[in-house]
Design a protein around this ligand. Sequence first.
Ligand code: NAP
Length: 435
Amino acid sequence: MRHIAVVGSGPAGYYTAEAAQKKFGDDVRIDIIDRLPVPYGLIRFGVAPDHQSIKGVSKRYEAVNLSENVRFVGNVTVGRDVSIEELQSLYDAVVLATGAPADRKMGIAGEDLPGVVGSAAFVGWYNGHPDFADLNPDIEGPGAVIVGNGNVALDVARILSKTRDEFHGADIVDHALDKLDHSGIRRITFLGRRGPHQIAMTPKELGELGHLTRATPIVDAADLPPVGDDALLEPGMRKSVAHLREFAANADTPKDIAVEFDFFAMPVALEGDGRVERMIVERTRLDADLRSVPTGERYVIPCRLVVACIGYQTPPIDGVPYEHGRGRFANDEGRILPGLYCVGWARRGPSGTIGTNRPDGFAIVDLIAEDITDSSSKFGRPALDALLEGRGVDIVTFRDWQNIDKAEIARARDGAPREKFVAVDDMIAAKKAAG
Ligand code: NAP
């Protein structure tokens, strides 16, 4: 028998568990540990609430969880309730699948002013993450700046632009929907430090921006490279740039909210009296390696909300080697130390789609199989349970989660799949209410 602990119940964690089941069959016990009482990490808290079809992948993770040799152990914080060293003493392999839930910093003056938030916080707010449920962002408007030209920037702009009707079928939490009803934002600026050919926005997601009831995407045709240059792009990028060209052609029929693409523009500083009121921006150009270079030309964008969507990082864990520059655990193809591994965004940084984590999970299990050939002398599950019980930790099982899930579905507003509990205490209360 092999004992594997997976820390983190998002996509990377579940694909690792699935791979371990396939590889070791009945000869493995896998505990998926999460600090929250609810599973699925990025699927629940990162994927946009109006992208329900993407969230459907959690059905696959549920199937993994309903098998005998996999167990969800929620409401357990590694580093507080149990240490990495303790897990290593109990399991043959400990796999960190902790994702990259912390914001990267822009590193500019004024970044800490009220009104400036990172995308982890903002996305966590509208997705009901307990850490960010109280964010209460200022959306009085009229100006908002979204820094970055990736898919998260698109999610944030779309959520800020949609009408209540357009959230039909979405699991955006009530506190966000109610607040967005009274939004005064009328101008959203995407700040991209490079150009249209360097965006990290995928075509389907970018195309959605052209079909919003009250927002118009605006692209300055002068920013676009000659059409012929699009042929040099890979097919996905070519489609994305085609959307930018459509936006440039249609920008003369603005709706209530203008969503402007400001290319070749980097944030320099944020200023305001007690809160953000404006961003100082510098024009850039591309060098021969397609990096952005400041030109010295500066201008001001008035704004009351700035959302930095510039990527994420993995929070370090005491005693685990960490690569600070890249914001992830120091690892060699997923190996950190003997018996300690990482997978998904915690291994490679925040890139790729949800599906990218599947081969990642299978690859890490291949390494574990290479490294752990002997039958285990570790105690695994029962020893973890005894240790946590001794410390008074109230663990949440998958059955408990199913009860929380039912309670969330039961309290959904009309047309929504669920109304999430946004406080850990309420999640635990729902588990207890179900007995
Ligand atoms: P991302 O794709 O890496 O995009 C980050 C953006 O921020 C880039 O445009 C980058 O520009 C810019 N940036 C980075 N540092 C900056 C700085 N200091 N100043 C100004 N701009 C800066 O990251 P993401 O949008 O957070 O997405 C993370 C991953 O999740 C991606 O793989 C994404 O595709 C995926 N995702 C997918 C979906 C979906 O499929 N529906 C939704 C959300 C997220 P440079 O290119 O110049 O570095």
